[in-house]
Write a protein that binds this ligand. Structure first.
Ligand SMILES: Cc1cc2nc3c(=O)[nH]c(=O)nc-3n(C[C@H](O)[C@H](O)[C@H](O)COP(=O)(O)OP(=O)(O)OC[C@H]3O[C@@H](n4cnc5c(N)ncnc54)[C@H](O)[C@@H]3O)c2cc1C
Length: 639
């Protein structure tokens, strides 16, 4: 426990954030300009943080590996963003949003942070609306909402199936404003290779210019990681292909504890893998479950087309098993149920690894136009990929790796265990416990960046106002740069025969087969040895064509895959250590007689935060005990 101080403010849950803000230290405006802040990442969390900190008057440097900040992975988010506005008057409230998230995460998240996320959700929607994000509106002009999994209210604000893109454009325009004003300096096409720590504090980063290969040093008073999640460890996932874990992993190796790495969300509604050559999967948003009904044939191996199968031969298995929530059960529950039906031989399509998502009834009831207005772009995307028209035939869907609840451990102020290093958005272990509810990531990422970090960072910065500009001319920067260059040289020198992607694909298969939707001790131990074997092969037989001092995307990939091997080992170790099932972490040994997750609150109601202690040495586990003062830990039921 020694290393972990979650710094949760005292007082009742509902007033913690208000009283924190009322008593927090402030940085004098005149001092802000002298303080340099590095923000890595320009997704919803990074762009919102960089623009807000710029607006507040700090000197911000913003980094991303894309050519433009607006290409960050957040652009892909489809279905919506949650807020407790209760415009529908259907019984929503900040408390209910908080409660749904705690329950949805299977009681493995920190109460105080989750409550705060729910609280600022309303500010996020107001802010995005003010920035001009074109959220859908109802007939009267009020912002419209729809429902997402694991809840019984309608609180998801949306812009067709492009909510992430529209919100990111909002963040991007505020970021651009600050760039124009000179408060934010933008460094696109840069990859952070290492974190620089001086006297125990985060003081800068080493980057590689991806166009020229040049290695650069950047100093700052604080460093903020907004570098996204690591779902691409499964190779095939719904994330952008380039999403990776390297920045967080480098910070971890410099002293930041990594929390709950095994909590990975497998999303139930992805377009199934179509062939062996695919490098990514495409999500069909959870919003589709508002109107689409999920089913498989009642007869095993039924070869009739979906439209030929009459009503009485269809098994709407979610509606059957979970009558209270039906097709809107949370993602972990829906994914496992699809896997169960397919494993039992009821899957559809040539591989039998798919279930139907059917809009027939919704189209009959609401008309094609209405469905088109809500999901048109998703339907078009589906048709382009599969050649099948979902207005005429059900979509075929199957679970895929999607979101990582695990990440860098942070305290209430969003600071990691390295003083001066913050982690926001999906890169931190976040507010979602063992399972994230749909549409709550955009809410959290934007909340972290716009409203939480810009406040909590002051506490640390008030002690930094006397610290002069951080010089990069010191041995700490020199050593970090040398280590980054040595690693590149080591990778380039292997000169083997296999590409980084081929290793990534094999690693992903091991992870999917043994550390995916369901896990067991035997499979996890096997995965550990297979990952180690493959890692050895990687360091002997990797091939990187081209040069290091030039644009070299194979080198970029190789560095990320090398880090994935190390993270995979920790992820499996964490999954092995957590001898219970909770949320997305389903250990087959721990289940109820009807196949639901069986938690063990006596022994595992904690956040597992892992400490790196050196190459080849086992990580040390630290436990942050989760105390539930407002909610009672119950068996999570959606029946
Ligand atoms: C297909 C899809 C649909 C989704 N739909 C929804 C939805 O409807 N609602 C919802 O709430 N959530 C949704 N999510 C989840 C949500 O999109 C993400 O969790 C969220 O956008 C993450 O934002 P972020 O700011 O944390 O990181 P990201 O948007 O992933 O941005 C990461 C940034 O970090 C930078 N970066 C990373 N590493 C480095 C490095 N080493 N050096 C330099 N820069 C680096 C990248 O360049 C990038 O700018 C969806 C996810 C997917 C995959």
């Amino acid at each position: 426990m020694g290393k972990l101080n979650s710094r949760i403010p005292a007082g009742p849950l509902a007033t913690k954030w208000t009283s924190y803000k009322a008593s927090m230290k402030l940085v004098n405006p005149a001092n802000k300009k002298k303080i340099e802040i590095i923000v890595i990442g320009t997704g919803l969390s990074g762009a919102s943080a960089a623009s807000t900190l710029g607006e507040l008057g700090y000197s911000v440097k913003s980094f991303c590996y894309q050519d433009s900040p607006r290409r960050a992975h957040s652009v892909a988010a489809q279905g919506g963003i949650n807020a407790a506005k209760n415009y529908q008057n259907d019984g929503d409230s900040v408390y209910r949003l908080f409660y749904d998230m705690i329950k949805g995460g299977d009681y493995r998240a920190r109460e105080a942070n989750v409550y705060r996320a729910a609280e600022v959700s309303n500010q996020v929607i107001d802010h995005f609306t003010a920035l001009g994000v074109p959220f859908a509106r109802d007939y009267g002009g009020t912002l419209d909402t729809r429902s997402f999994g694991g809840v019984q209210v309608s609180r998801t604000f949306y812009a067709k199936g492009q909510t992430g893109q529209q919100c990111l454009l909002g963040c991007y325009s505020s970021l651009n404003r600050q760039i124009k004003k000179g408060n934010v300096k933008m460094f696109p096409r840069r990859e952070m290779l290492d974190l620089v720590v001086i006297d125990g504090k985060a003081r800068g980063i080493i980057t590689r210019n991806l166009l020229t290969g040049e290695i650069e040093r950047h100093g700052a008073h604080v460093v903020v990681l907004a570098t996204g999640g690591y779902g691409t460890i499964y190779f095939l996932s719904t994330l952008a292909v380039n999403s990776n874990a390297s920045a967080a992993w480098k910070a971890h190796k410099k002293g930041a504890l990594f929390a709950n790495p095994s909590f990975v969300q497998i999303h139930p509604t992805s377009v199934p893998q179509l062939n062996e050559f695919q490098s990514k999967l495409t999500l069909m948003s959870e919003s589709l479950r508002n109107d689409g009904r999920i089913w498989v044939p009642k007869i095993k191996g039924d070869k009739r087309t979906a439209n030929e199968i009459p009503e009485e031969d269809r098994d709407y298995y979610l509606e059957r098993r979970y009558p209270a929530f039906g097709n809107l059960v949370p993602r972990d529950v829906a994914s496992r149920a699809a896997k169960e039906r397919c494993d039992a031989g009821y899957g559809v399509g040539e591989t039998g690894l798919a279930v139907n998502l059917d809009f027939r009834d919704a189209i009959n009831k609401q008309g094609k136009k209405s469905i088109e207005s809500k999901y048109g772009n998703l339907f078009d995307m589906y048709k382009t990929i599969t050649g099948i028209d979902p207005y005429e035939e059900p979509m075929r869907i199957y679970p895929a790796g999607h979101y990582t609840m695990g990440g860098l451990w942070v305290d209430y102020e969003l600071m990691t265990t390295i003083p001066g290093l913050y982690a926001i958005g999906e890169s931190n272990f976040s507010d979602h416990g063992a399972n994230r509810l749909g549409a709550s990531s955009l809410m959290q990422t934007a909340g972290d960046g716009y409203f939480i970090l810009p406040n909590t960072i002051c506490n640390y910065l008030t002690d930094e106002i006397r610290v002069p500009k951080i010089s990069t001319d010191c041995h700490e920067f020199e050593e970090a740069e040398e280590a980054a260059v040595d690693r590149i040289k080591k990778l380039m020198a292997i000169k083997g025969k296999q590409s980084a992607s081929s290793f990534h694909k094999r690693l992903g298969k091991i992870m999917w087969d043994h550390v995916g939707m369901t896990r067991n001790e035997e499979g996890l131990k096997l995965a550990l040895s297979l990952v180690r074997e493959l890692q050895d092969e990687f360091w002997k037989d990797l091939n990187i064509p081209g040069q290091a001092d030039d644009l070299n995307m194979e080198l970029e990939k190789a560095g990320r895959v090398a880090d994935f091997f190390e993270l995979a080992e920790l992820l499996i170790t964490d999954a092995l250590a957590r001898k219970e099932s909770c949320g997305a972490h389903f250990r087959e040994e721990y289940q109820t007689p009807d196949g639901e997750a069986l938690r063990n609150d006596e022994e595992f109601a904690y956040v597992a935060a892992w400490e790196y202690v050196g190459e080849g040495k086992p990580h040390i586990l630290h436990k942050e005990e989760l105390k539930f003062e407002e909610v009672e830990m119950k068996v999570r039921s959606y029946k």
